[in-house]
Write a protein that binds this ligand. Sequence first.
Ligand code: PLP
Length: 370
Amino acid sequence: MHIPLVDLRIQYENLHSEIDRAMQDVISNSAFIGGPPVSQFEESFAAYLGTTHAVGVGNGTDALYLALKAAGIGPGDEVLLPAMTFIATSEAVSLTGAHPVFADIRNDDYCIDLEDAESKITPSTKAIIPVHLYGQPADMSAVMALAKQYGLTVIEDTAQAHAAKFGDQTAGTIGDLGCFSFYPGKNLGAYGDGGAVVTGDAELAMKVRRLANHGRSAKYDHSMEGVNSRLDGLQAAVLSVKLRYLDAWSAARYDNALEYSKRLTGMSEVTTPRVLKGRTHVFHLYALRVQRRDELLAHLREHGVGAGIHYPIPCPLLEAYSDKGYRSEDFPVASQVAGELLSLPMFPELTIDQIEYIVAQVGEFYGYPA
Ligand SMILES: *Cc1c(COP(=O)(O)O)cnc(C)c1O
């Protein structure tokens, strides 16, 4: 049996007539950049999340960059973020000229450790980026309390957590700005790059929109310099079709996670993901903590299971930041977890047969009888 980490083919097979028609409409109307396909998607995405503004942008990294810029973050400022994330989060901070300040993560949800973050606050700290890692929201009530106490802007990295909930609020709509990626493998994925910034603040939304479109206020009137980072019409059309299925896909991911966890809990070498109280996890990734991780990964791959590691190296310990002199002792939890995490295949269409096969391979590796 061969099971990829993510299978995007089945989803397209199920939706191809709707998607093909939507893309054909964009092409027939030459609505390639902006126009009705983009504004329709922006409106439905904002409404779906329960906020007022969504601005389509080129990708998730740009969404973070544009959100930071709109919030006035720039040279000399410091921005808090977790040590366990994709490099895009810190890249976006550096792109503005500000300094990324990494905090360790928690042992339970692998999201930012707010005690460590608080200890790193200085007069230059202007913002915090909680990353809703793997699809589980960070503790947003604690993030908001910290932000209020120190006057920080909150920018949620929601690239892995479309439709996840913290209490009754949707991830991405709790802070000042929420940033989404529509990279094809994300829970809501386009057929190329795409992203969005969402906010309940009309002024911030307008700033993001301007910055993403060359600082343009009217056709050839530029109030400032910006960048070119727009969501294109074809991607917006695909996303509008797919948004209608997102609830069903999130539920299917959740069910798959339960099926995995049910079958894996008997194995003492394996720690299944925890869903904390009051949070809805949308399982962008199903990440286990395991003993002898690299050997298990090799075993699974030999047997056709497309497992992965997210992420093998904590962000501050990447070579890109070697000049900063960070040590693994600075991020003890992230450093330990990075050696133990293993992501099993996760996508809505995963079957029980596939889950049973994958679990059987894990069991075989640790010597459990089939
Ligand atoms: C995917 C991802 C991004 C970047 O999104 P792109 O669309 O690939 O630029 C940012 N942060 C996290 C946590 C991600 O997983």
